[in-house]
Design a protein around this ligand. Structure first.
Ligand SMILES: [Zn+2]
Ligand SMILES: [Zn+2]
Length: 106
């Protein structure tokens, strides 16, 4: 771990420089949701972070939930998740990995 000694008012203090660097990076924060267990919380992470550890189930399946959902019916995966990755041939559930071709969607 990257630690350095810094002098603050005559006393030596051990500073974790890696943690300090991360803490000073630009951060995004807001409502988060776990695509696995549906736990919701308010979180923060360095900009560009795609997924975070869920404080409830401890899987790395938390995402920022600053989303706008349409008022019409929406598709959901059999696992209950409503978030997908769009590929050339279809969609993939970001929670369980189940894929669907576009032709299979109703
Ligand atoms: Zn969770
Ligand atoms: Zn799924």
């Amino acid at each position: 771990m990257a630690e350095e000694i810094a002098m603050i008012e005559g006393e030596s203090v051990v500073i974790d420089m890696a943690a300090e660097r991360i803490a000073r990076e630009p951060h995004q924060q807001g409502p988060c949701v776990c695509v696995r267990c549906r736990h919701e919380w308010r979180g923060g992470a360095p900009e560009g972070t795609l997924n975070m550890e869920c404080p409830a189930c401890h899987l790395n399946t938390g995402i920022f939930a600053a989303i706008i959902l349409p008022s019409e019916d929406i598709y959901g995966c059999r696992c209950g998740n409503i978030f997908f990755t769009v590929t050339r041939t279809g969609i993939v559930c970001v929670s369980c990995g189940m894929g669907k071709q576009y032709s299979e969607l109703e």
